[in-house]
Design a protein around this ligand. Structure first.
Ligand code: 3HC
Length: 286
């Protein structure tokens, strides 16, 4: 199946960058969000980013204009998904909210449309049965910042057709990404299993008072060669995401070890969600 039109649902941390990335790759993109302020921020980002690429000499003015013309930010879901071939959902990490959205998408989208979720942890088999097309519901997981990070994890759950997987892998390659295919559904896919392990260790060391978050970041960057330390990365991906993901897992397993760490709960409660709000472990206002 050829993908021409893509809809991105959710213009937040991930969605707005996936939208720009897809438009730059030549797809016609409609991005929507129920929150008008988030949508306005996404529009401002797209304009600033594309202008910045031209100024930096990374993009011609013509290519930037063409990408911008292919990209629309629309408030109504119905408008975003009309004539769409591929939907990439990037909304809040709450299973019931995602299931409700997919049921709605199933009714609104053409019969051929593939419904992909960018969820970090929720496997698509938990969502697919909310639709009448489980063979066309899969995970397509991008990494933050989505315009920069090359990896996309595509997961072939037991309900997903080979055609769906092939189409999504091809779309990811067209977007300039390097997709990897998981043959089985597993919590955290590949990368987030590694990420979770280092993150938990970092939070444990901080909660034990072994070192400051700055020094833990410095140690990981300089001792392991990571481009960012675990706390800088938490600020980038969002403390709210870390909290919701932890709570979803805890609700599912009931295992206290799966609860978000006290530090994550505290940051979440204070609204210190990271870079997007100007404060997380680090202060971005200054
Ligand atoms: N958005 C868009 N582009 C960005 C960006 C952003 N937030 N931050 C940096 N860039 C671009 C710059 O424009 C620059 O592009 P250019 O070279 O083509 O001009 C390039 O990235 C390098 O930027 P900088 O020189 O300013 O900064 P760095 O070299 O330090 O790179 C980084 C920044 C790419 C964010 C790098 O620090 C990095 O790779 N960090 C690790 C990110 C990571 O691990 N992501 C995965 C998170 S886990 C995840 O997403 C899973 C989810 O489920 C939680």
């Amino acid at each position: 199946m050829n993908i021409t039109n893509i809809a991105i649902i959710g213009a937040g941390n991930m969605g707005h960058q996936i939208a720009v990335c897809a438009a730059l790759a030549g797809f016609r993109v409609r991005c929507t969000d129920t929150n008008g302020a988030i949508l306005d921020q996404a529009i401002a980002f797209a304009d600033t980013y594309l202008t910045g690429r031209v100024t930096k000499g990374k993009l011609t003015q013509e290519a930037a204009d063409q990408a911008r013309a292919r990209l629309a930010f629309v408030p109504m879901l119905e408008e975003a998904v009309a004539d769409v071939d591929l939907v990439i959902e990037a909304i809040i990490e709450k299973l019931d909210v995602k299931r409700a959205l997919f049921a709605q998408l199933d009714k609104l989208c053409p019969a051929h449309t593939i419904l992909a979720t960018n969820s970090s942890y929720i496997v698509s088999s938990k969502i697919a049965d909310a639709t009448s097309r489980p063979d066309k519901v899969c995970n397509m997981h991008f990494f933050n910042p989505a315009l920069v990070m090359k990896l996309v994890e595509v997961v072939k759950g037991p309900h997903v057709s080979q055609e769906t997987v092939d189409t999504v892998m091809t779309a990811a390659r067209t977007m300039g990404k390097t997709p990897v295919l998981l043959h089985k559904e597993i919590y955290g896919f590949l990368v987030n299993r590694f990420l979770q392990a280092t993150r938990q260790e970092a939070l444990k060391l901080l909660d034990m008072g072994v070192a400051s978050h700055e020094d833990i970041d410095t140690a990981v960057m300089n001792g392991l060669g990571y481009p960012m330390g675990p706390f800088q990365l938490l600020d980038l991906t969002g403390l709210d995401l870390a909290y919701h993901v932890g709570m979803e897992k805890y609700r599912e397993t009931g295992d206290p070890a799966d609860r978000p760490s006290p530090t994550v709960v505290e940051k979440f409660t204070k609204g210190e969600w990271g870079k997007k709000v100007g404060k997380g472990f680090y202060d971005y206002e200054s």
